[in-house]
Design a protein around this ligand. Structure first.
Ligand SMILES: NC(=O)c1ccc[n+]([C@@H]2O[C@H](COP(=O)([O-])OP(=O)(O)OC[C@H]3O[C@@H](n4cnc5c(N)ncnc54)[C@H](OP(=O)(O)O)[C@@H]3O)[C@@H](O)[C@H]2O)c1
Length: 249
């Protein structure tokens, strides 16, 4: 299946690196598309209309606000469209693309290292072949979860924003370690490995967060004191505020 990338920005680049295949790509910033081709092989295409002619399926990886403009540029020539546009529902995709089959997905940037999470919008009207191809494509770069579209905003706040949240928490932990006398590179190694290992342990324990916390928390011990300090500083409220900010979009 030949995929045409519409846009060569952050998400298109992460996906293309995860897939590792030669790319067929258009971006108004030609240098960005050229950088991707230089890295992975393939070809920069001069317009979205030409991309639609040459690709079996188009991946919409431009900004959400470009929906109508890009659909006009393609002019009905696409065979199938996979959209990763944040906050753009299937109804809006259908309104823009008419009878062209569409699939809606939301990935996360760890697709670049094939450990992404991608939410796939369940769709009774979907073209079965395109849907199966899209799911198989994203399964190559991580986990794919089927969801009702109504849950997409909450899902976005949990998985698509997650790499930024995790990076912020990791940075805060490293800074705290540096303040307490640890070199930043060693602190970073300890924090990243601990995050990966803790995530694996939580999954192995069926996301029983309390059981994992109890494993580390002796009565009156240092972890109990550390956890109390985090609660006191409002860690739960901070994540709840972040989710409310996302779903209020
Ligand atoms: N980043 C994430 O973690 C993430 C996660 C899930 C979904 N998404 C979705 O993925 C999409 C891209 O996000 P991003 O973070 O990769 O944004 P980005 O880095 O800004 O990339 C978008 C690219 O599309 C280009 N573009 C604009 N108009 C175009 C056109 N008519 N034809 C072809 N390319 C065009 C942009 O060029 P200019 O800059 O010159 O306009 C830019 O290079 C968004 O819809 C976003 O909601 C992103």
């Amino acid at each position: 299946m030949k995929i045409g990338l519409i846009g060569a920005g952050n998400m298109a680049t992460a996906l293309a690196r995860g897939w590792g295949d030669a790319v067929l790509v258009h971006d108004p910033d030609r240098s960005r598309a050229e950088a991707l081709v230089e890295e992975l092989g393939g070809e920069v295409v001069d317009s979205n209309a030409e991309l639609a002619e040459r690709a079996n399926v188009l991946l919409l990886a431009h900004k959400p606000a470009g929906l109508e403009r890009v659909a006009r540029e393609i002019g009905g020539g696409a065979k199938g469209v996979i959209s990763i546009l944040g906050g753009v529902p299937l109804a809006a995709l259908r309104a823009a693309y008419g009878t062209t089959p569409v699939v809606r997905m939301i990935p996360s940037v760890p697709v670049e290292v094939r450990q992404g999470v991608t939410c796939h919008a369940r769709d009774a009207e979907a073209a079965a072949e395109l849907e199966a191809q899209a799911v198989a494509l994203f399964e190559r770069v991580g986990l794919v979860v089927d969801l009702d579209e109504a849950q997409f905003e909450v899902a976005t706040g949990l998985m698509s924003c997650a790499p930024a949240y995790v990076a912020l928490v990791a940075e805060a932990q490293v800074d705290a370690g540096v303040r307490a006398g640890m070199p930043a590179d060693v602190a970073g190694q300890l924090v990243a490995a601990s995050m990966a290992g803790s995530a694996a342990l939580l999954q192995a324990r069926g996301m029983d967060t309390l059981a994992v916390r109890r494993m580390v928390t002796s009565p009156g011990g240092i972890t109990a004191r550390g956890l109390a300090a985090l609660e006191h500083s409002g860690v739960r409220a901070a994540f709840d505020d972040a989710m409310q900010a996302v779903v209020a979009r």
